[in-house]
Design a protein around this ligand. Structure first.
Ligand SMILES: *Cc1c(COP(=O)(O)O)cnc(C)c1O
Length: 409
């Protein structure tokens, strides 16, 4: 009997320690981690700089509240604004909370223009979190089910379709912002066409809307640039950051520039824990390590190496629909549901994820050596090939049975 609510379908294993790209379970088995705690552990497990930052800060000052100035928060805000080309930061404790701040800024932007029902354009197959506003922004019926009524103020268009966004601007007067993942994560590791974000930027400029990029999964260097929008040489007005920012310490941030950076004023938004000395000291250490070890470029390099490996092994393989990704955000789409691959990988000592039902998703730490990266490619390829071969055999079997039945009928 567990005392925990049944929110998660958990795998039957208990991880007890980790180091680098490996974790160890309570039975002493080791696993190669190609998931990094779902895009969180960019520096891998038990990173010494992160551990030192935690220990030092914990022995100095954990928390005082945002009633006082917090030097580590100032320092992390400045570092993030520098790498993101933004002006101001607001700190919170999770990805969903970072998106909540983005949405609140969009609404302030709308009310400043006397729009009574400010509405944000969001994308189908998006994922923005599990709070009441972010599930409305997520637009996925499975995630919304049972939680109605939905928070109003969102309208959904297809992802990677800038024309649909522009058309809504002609159809309605109450749009104030466009919210988009530069690469969709939970939706199936979907990389939009080159130029999509630049086109959204152009539309937002022409119509006076804010462009909000949810970089919670794609940010902090994962795609080979600090933020995925930097691949298109554009700047959003507002950016949500979380996951890898703390390498496991819960922390999120909303970054903004220009007018959008000055909409939040004293009293308009806040959080007790957000940006506390401990979380920010860790964030400073994470940014410091990513820079010192040149790990953003390394994430891009490793991603190319691994995607090339997967393409060489699986391209044109019947049953494989697509191999895609950007940097250390990779997806292999199969033509059938493949959720069981997660457990099979676990049995084989490998941590992976399946999203959107049929997309094997990898979000490895950026600290992999080439040999570890190649090992992940080889092991995931083997898993997929075995799985597809079994499916082929089962299909051949059932069609043979069908032929037998037809013959005996
Ligand atoms: C994980 C994720 C979120 C939600 O973050 P939480 O920390 O789980 O609240 C939001 N948007 C994207 C793109 C994500 O990947």
């Amino acid at each position: 009997m567990t005392s925990l609510m049944a929110a998660y379908g958990r795998l039957p294993v208990t991880m007890t320690s980790g180091a680098g790209a490996e974790v160890r379970d309570s039975e002493g088995r080791t696993y190669l981690d190609a998931l990094g705690g779902i895009a969180v552990c960019a520096l891998g497990h038990a990173d010494p700089a992160v551990a030192d930052a935690i220990a030092t800060q914990a022995r100095t000052l954990l928390h005082v509240s945002n009633l006082y100035s917090i030097p580590a928060q100032e320092e992390l805000g400045a570092a993030l604004c520098r790498v993101a080309d933004m002006d101001k930061a607001f700190f919170c404790n999770s990805g969903a909370e970072a998106n909540e701040a983005c949405i609140k800024i969009a609404r302030l932007h709308g009310h400043a223009k006397n729009i009574a029902t400010p509405t944000v354009i969001v994308m189908d197959t998006a994922f923005h979190g599990r709070t009441l506003a972010t599930i409305a922004a997520t637009g996925n019926e499975r995630i919304q089910k049972g939680f109605g009524p939905m928070t109003p103020g969102f309208v959904t268009v297809p992802y990677d379709d800038a024309a649909a966004v522009d058309a809504l601007g002609d159809a309605r007067e109450d749009i104030v912002a466009v919210m988009v993942e530069p690469v969709q994560g939970e939706g199936g590791v979907i990389v939009p066409k080159a130029g999509y974000l630049a086109e959204l930027r152009r539309i937002c400029d022409a119509r006076g809307w804010l462009l909000i990029c949810d970089e919670i999964q794609s940010g902090m260097g994962r795609t080979g640039r600090w933020f995925a929008y930097q691949h298109e040489d554009i700047l959003p007005d507002v950016v949500a950051v979380a996951k890898a920012l703390g390498n496991g310490m819960p922390i999120g941030a909303c970054l903004a520039r220009g007018e959008a950076a000055s909409l939040i004023q004293p009293g308009s938004h806040g959080t007790t824990f957000g940006g506390n000395p401990l979380a920010c000291a860790v964030g400073v250490a994470v940014v410091g390590e990513l820079e010192r070890r040149d790990l953003v470029a390394r994430a891009g390099e490793l991603g190319t190496r691994m995607l090339d490996g997967f393409r060489a092994a699986l391209h044109n393989r019947p049953g494989v629909v697509d191999v895609r990704g950007k940097g250390m955000m990779m997806g292999i789409e199969l033509d059938a549901p493949c959720g069981e691959l997660v457990e099979r990988a676990l049995e084989a000592g490998l941590l992976i994820n399946v999203t959107a039902g049929n997309v094997v998703r990898l979000l490895p730490p950026y600290i992999l050596g080439n040999a570890e990266a190649d090992e992940i490619v080889a092991r995931v390829t083997r898993l997929i090939e075995t799985f597809l071969a079994e499916n082929d055999a089962a299909a051949a079997d059932s069609s043979a049975n069908a032929t037998d039945r037809a013959a005996s009928a």
